[in-house]
Design a protein around this ligand. Structure first.
Ligand code: ADP
Ligand code: MG
Length: 582
């Protein structure tokens, strides 16, 4: 084929592909336009995950009748005049690509707009990328964009979309950071006619956070003290270590009013939390970062989802310091468990010296941690033994528990040396196989709650629950609606033990949302993770023995359900080598 320039409609489709990946991208671009237009109220409506309809209505400045056709063309923008302006961008838009990309990607688009300068505005109607109608528009000042039949022109794209519920959730998740970044503007979002997010526009970030994350969580967030005279200013809210999530979706980063992927700055937040969170848990953080626009390059990503800093180290540092400062008294050096004895390394001699005194049937002395507990709780054996066929062949050598180290690892001895067993990973494996087996045998055990627990959900969590409720109930949850975003938990899977039922439910929903599908295996993994003993908990010898026995009966005792090892083996030969006995 000879080299030719692409016809404009083909070029437009290719460009549209970069900007409009899924319904959430359309929503993001339209909301950014509304913000740039100075709108105080922004209403977003989604039908069937945005595939049937995405409508964004704002009360911003509007588009003059004589410019509206131009606004719909590629590279048309009112936000940049020269390449000099590119060096210090103060608006969210600047590429002039959103409207034409959306028009090229959707079956039907209607843009209606009126400025304060004219009594009548203009309504444009597009079908499969071409303008069909131009009508006078008598609506209120502002702009309304309605996008119907998204990807009707790009059926290949449709194949890559997830379920409407997931697409809706992702779209709402794209709006949330903007609601948080612009608390003085009122955002109203509905999905299939149901309001899922409504901010107040009072200007208070915590108020907005209450709408996005739920009032219960917002009330616990810690303020970041704003620094005034530094080039990089960080404001916002962070969760105390007691509030954490199973994924990074709780970290929202806004730079100069623009929602961006957390990436490196998310790492700065997590480093500031350091050891305050258990492994695999992630903090909640809403970071509003402001810096001179010339120190920021926003022109690096077609969907403007990433930015580059002139001095990334400085920003990283500012975020780290801000989070550390906000954690304040919550950030002591974490001390490992109460009163657990053994030093980091146990030698054979130590073990021999301490063990016989405890082994012959007699219960170990009550450790301090148990003495502090309610007697009822003290009696409950944390690891219940499952009946299992005696035919099962051992997949692990027989292990003798020697002790515990760092309140996290069980030290055990086997025929060929020493084993360190990660108590959390091991228990996760045990519970995982137990729940799977019971599910296969339709013997899921449910644990009724004496008093039902009210659990407040975020908008995204509520949306996930709508799709996942049946699957969760199959595992023992009994969930009832209880107000707009609150549910009542009446029963939970027995595998959860005494763990915080509300937190487990929220985590499950986050995990399912992240995965994008209702995945049975994920439900079991999350239940297992929640039900299992945490690192940092001192265990008695009895408890450790019970756990090891259960692990010995597992089909895959050597890894946790996520594939991490449950144990490390230090062979007798390796020990001899280390001690230069050979
Ligand atoms: P960009 O935002 O990068 O300038 P867009 O294609 O998103 O490009 O929009 C093109 C232009 O149309 C904008 O520069 C702006 O002048 C106008 N425009 C788009 N949406 C709105 C809106 N909601 N309110 C007012 N003007 C708008
Ligand atoms: Mg734009």
């Amino acid at each position: 084929m000879p080299i030719t320039l692409l016809p404009p409609d083909v070029a437009a489709q290719i460009a549209a592909g970069e900007v409009v990946e899924r319904p959430a991208s359309v929503v993001k671009e339209l909301v950014e336009n509304a913000i740039d237009a100075g709108a105080r109220a922004i209403v977003v409506e989604l039908q069937r995950g945005g595939l049937d309809l995405i409508r964004v209505v704002d009360n911003g400045c509007g588009i003059p009748p004589g410019e509206i056709e131009t606004a719909c063309k590629r590279h048309a923008t009112s936000k940049l005049a020269s390449s000099d302006d590119l060096r210090a961008i103060r608006t969210l838009g600047f590429r002039g690509e959103a409207l034409p990309s959306i028009i090229a990607a959707a079956g039907r688009v209607e843009i209606a707009s009126r400025t304060s300068a004219t009594a009548s505005g203009v309504l444009l109607r597009f079908e499969v990328g071409a303008r069909r109608e131009r009508l006078p528009y008598g609506g209120a000042q502002g702009t309304s964009v309605a996008v119907r039949d998204l990807f009707a022109t790009q059926p290949a794209r449709l194949k890559f979309l997830r379920s409407p519920a997931t697409e809706a959730r992702t779209a709402v998740a794209a709006i949330e950071p903007y609601a948080l970044a612009y608390p003085e503007r009122r955002f109203t979002v509905s999905v299939d006619g149901r309001t899922v997010l409504a901010t107040t526009g009072t200007g208070d970030v915590r108020d907005t956070a209450a709408r996005v994350l739920g009032a219960e969580i917002a009330a616990q967030l810690l303020d970041i003290a704003a620094t005034e005279d530094t080039p990089v200013r960080v404001r916002g809210l962070i969760g105390p270590p007691s509030l954490s999530r199973a994924n990074r979706s709780g970290i929202v980063v806004i730079v100069n009013g623009r929602a961006v992927q957390p990436r490196r700055l998310g790492v700065a937040v997590e480093q500031a939390f350091a050891s305050l969170l258990p492994v695999g848990r992630h903090p909640l953080a809403i970071l509003l970062i402001d810096l001179p626009p010339e120190d920021l390059d926003v022109n690096v990503h077609p969907a403007k989802a990433e930015v580059r800093f002139r001095n990334e180290q400085e920003v990283f540092r500012a975020v780290f310091d801000a989070v550390r400062g906000a954690l304040g008294p919550h950030a002591p050096v974490p001390a490992f468990g109460l009163g657990q004895a053994p030093p980091a390394v146990l030698t054979r001699t130590d073990a021999e010296a301490t063990l016989p005194a405890r082994l012959p049937g007699e219960p170990p002395p009550m450790p301090l941690w148990q003495a502090l507990m309610h007697p009822d709780e003290r009696r409950t054996p944390p690891f219940e033994r499952e009946e299992r066929s005696p035919a099962a062949s051992p997949r692990l050598p027989l292990l003798r528990v020697v002790g515990q180290t760092s309140a996290t690892y069980i030290v055990a001895e086997g025929p060929t040396g020493m084993y360190l067993i990660d108590q959390h990973a091991a228990h996760e494996r045990v519970l995982y196989e137990q729940v799977r087996r019971r599910r296969a045998e339709s013997r899921i055990e449910q644990q009724g709650l004496l008093a039902p627990v009210a659990v407040e959900l975020s908008a995204a969590q509520a949306a996930t629950l709508a799709a996942a409720q049946a699957a969760l109930e199959a595992y023992g949850f009994a969930i009832e609606p209880f107000g707009e975003r609150t549910v009542l938990l009446r029963a939970v899977p027995a595998a959860l033990g005494r763990k915080d039922a509300g937190e487990a439910l929220r985590d499950l929903l986050d995990a399912l949302a992240e995965e994008g599908t209702i995945d049975d295996d994920l439900v079991v993994k999350t239940l297992a993770c929640h039900g299992s003993v945490r690192a940092g908990k001192v265990l008695s010898l009895e408890e450790m023995r019970a756990l090891i026995l259960q692990l010995e009966e597992c089909e895959q005792p050597r890894t946790c359900p996520h594939g991490r090892p449950t144990m490390i083996h230090l062979s007798a030969a390796a020990l001899e080598r280390e001690f230069r006995r050979r």
